[in-house]
Design a protein around this ligand. Structure first.
Ligand SMILES: Nc1ncnc2c1ncn2[C@@H]1O[C@H](COP(=O)(O)OP(=O)(O)OP(=O)(O)O)[C@@H](O)[C@H]1O
Length: 262
């Protein structure tokens, strides 16, 4: 399915947290949303998974305004993996993942055999099957993050929205998540701080600065030293990855005074 943000603006107390965003993602495409702290990445994604309603503009799902679609209906199409989902409830991993089936259940019906199978497969895919009976309160940050992903996959969405999905993950689980995003046929919108991961996994990047999109394009067209200086305020060298060719960023950290004199 295609997701399109058209003129999406969110205003709070007279301030635009995001301002007239225009961004489209299609099936099989991974679109990264990057930008400095507070630039509006989470706010933009919240409009897509409907934790926020735009003050102006709209998010369209295959051309239909989400505001006109029931929440249950849109939850059958759009799943989110976010930091906001941390729960204080003493649920087991299995129970959390099974919540992903809720939009697909009719009335108060219990999960059927196929629902249970979908949940089992999602837990296996994310490597949390061995944690099935553990309380989520006892999990590490990375384990919780993978449970959140399992729940989102159990929802069997067409559109997957991820807000900082890798920040607690170790290298292997980062690689597994990135591979999953690269190979999936879903429409993926993902906010990432790590621009090297973003360059490796995203087909296109949208750079947010102060609530506005200041650049959109393939990682190699967007991640230039000039943009990194202007938007992030850092001096970086951009090199091509020796095997994949995607841009990778190296900090140009000046030596400290004591090092410079040694
Ligand atoms: N409910 C709110 N009321 C007022 N200001 C808000 C609200 N939610 C977010 N903001 C502000 O909007 C701006 C954008 O926040 P947002 O969380 O979208 O940024 P972000 O790019 O995801 O940041 P980070 O990289 O730090 O996660 C920030 O300045 C934030 O303080």
């Amino acid at each position: 399915m295609e997701v399109a943000l058209t003129g999406v603006t969110v205003e709070v107390a007279g301030r635009a947290l995001v301002d007239r965003l225009e961004l489209t993602a299609v099936a099989g495409e991974v679109v990264g949303v990057v930008g400095p702290n507070g630039s509006g990445k989470s706010t933009a994604l919240r409009c897509v998974y409907r934790a926020l309603r735009p003050t102006a503009g709209a998010v369209l799902l295959d051309g239909a305004d989400l505001a006109g679609i029931g929440l249950r209906e849109s939850a059958r199409h759009i799943a989110a993996m976010t930091q906001d989902q941390q729960t204080d409830l003493d649920f087991t991993v299995t129970e959390i993942v099974q919540l992903g089936r809720t939009p697909h259940l009719r009335g108060n019906r219990a999960l059927g055999r196929s629902d249970l199978e979908i949940c089992r497969a999602a837990m296996e895919q994310t490597g949390v099957d061995r944690l099935a009976d553990r309380s989520v309160l006892t999990l590490s940050g990375g384990e919780r993050q993978r449970v959140a992903l399992a729940r989102a996959l159990a929802q069997q969405p067409s559109v997957l929205v991820l807000d900082e999905p890798t920040n607690h993950l170790d290298l292997r689980h980062q690689a597994e998540l990135l591979r999953l995003l690269q190979t999936t046929e879903l429409t993926v919108l993902v906010a990432l701080h790590d621009l090297n991961l973003a360059a490796a996994v995203c087909d296109r990047l949208a750079v947010l600065d102060n609530g506005r999109i200041v650049a959109v394009g393939t990682p190699d067209t967007v991640l230039t030293p000039e943009l990194l200086r202007d938007v992030f305020g850092v001096a970086m060298t951009v090199v091509a990855h020796p095997t994949t060719g995607v841009p990778q960023l190296l900090h140009d950290l000046a030596p400290t005074i004591s090092e410079a004199h040694s």
